[in-house]
Design a protein around this ligand. Sequence first.
Ligand code: NG6
Ligand code: CA
Length: 514
Amino acid sequence: MRLFQAIVLLFCLSPLWLNAAEKSKPNIIVIMADDLGYGDLSCYGATELDTPYIDQLAAEGTRFTSGYCSASTCTPTRYSFLTGSYAFRKKGTGIAPPNSPAVIPAGTVTTASLLKNAGYKTAVIGKWHLGLGGPEGPQWNEELKPGPLEIGFDHCYLLPTTNDRVPQVYVQDHRVLNLDPKDPITLYKKKPSEDHPTGITHRDTLKMDWTHGHNATIHNGISRIGFYTGGEKARFRDEDLADEWVDRSVKWIEKQKDAPFFLFFASHDIHVPRMPHERFQGKTKLGFRGDSIVELDWCVGQLVENLKRLKIEDNTMIVFCSDNGPVLDDGYADGAVEKNGKHRSGGQYSGGKYSVYEGGTRTPFITWWPGTIPAGKESDEVVCTIDLATSFASMTGSDIPGDSVLDSLDVMDALLGKDGAKGRDHLVQQDNGKGGNYGYREGDWKLLRHDSKKTRNLVVERQLENTVVPEFQLFNLAEDPGEKQNVIDANAKVAEEMKTRLANIIESGRSRSE
Ligand code: NG6
Ligand code: CA
């Protein structure tokens, strides 16, 4: 018995064990890009621009070829990433309008709250787009609550909606930063006054013209979605957003000495209006869309460089991902279509933002943790942003209540790039809203179910077009990754079985077993 105790004691004190214990709670940074497509990075085959810092992340980590976000628009992907549940299960999880109340109710179990329970310090810095405030919506001049701080984040520094939706201000914790009480922010449903300048009345003054929508209040020479006045001192310059995210993130990371940290770095790049900092403008031949990718790449480089400066890179895991697939013209005349040339923003995949074809949700996905995640590895395992909640909880030993994170699966070993580790064997993809369209992947089979019988499709790098599609289609992704040959007639049995399983997942309310 004595000998046994001595062995146990020795083991507990050994550096090996200490190392393992320490490594189960690494710092975690999720870098989520906005509207970045599978083919938009040089490490994913882009030849018309260079993304050296993200390429470096892939070279030092594991690059996934079947990495997904849950939805082909922003709000549902972010909802699913944080709650671990498919957004189609809940009404009101489509693209959030400027005055949206909080989409995730206070007290919901989230990726952040699970990590907080495991002893992490937690922050979200960047684009939120999940609404703020109670049922009456955000009270811009008062406390903005509930928000991230009510669902597990200790700190937030936000672009509250999107850069194309009003208002253009930062939210720090519960308040609009630098808001002068004498100049309150007011949002309006309609033009606030006859002389209020808009993208329609003052179109010739704009520094970037609009193509569809985006013609309401003008700020920083760009007209936006929605009307507002006030908050002049609090307003940001679009060109400075990336610098601000990096600066605030580095300062926050520097303060986290005593506990592991979880940072959700939610870049606004490369969402419209694409207005990168002057030092990135003209850096690519693809116009501001390409230049914004280079700006995003710089941000990633800055984060990694600072982890190295602080000597915490060996104890920090980065997951790099996107919130939906690519779009060229999303409402502004920024040259994305005209200057696109040979670039294929969705790689070999069809569809893009707003679509359930692969291009809508199959996006860049890289995991990095020097010394733990293998360097230069490519993985074909299916992993999704929705899985991060359960996977992080499992790695850090955080208990998951049975009735939460309903669709988030533990794919941690696959994320860690372990040999033989399996990702998902099935995945539901969705477009924007509840009751819309679904993609359902099992192995190489992909079933498309279009309840709307229409899809908004990015047709080979041109404009988004509404195309009519059959209710059901079946594709073999191994033979036909571009989803061009609908083989449903020749594989009726496979399709029927997949239809049933998809319907079961939708109707049963969960896909994670307790
Ligand atoms: C659409 C906007 C688009 C973009 C999108 C949300 C128009 C015409 N289009 O309604 O520009 O803002 O919403 O994008 O207004 S997301 O990536 O945040 O989901
Ligand atoms: Ca997006």
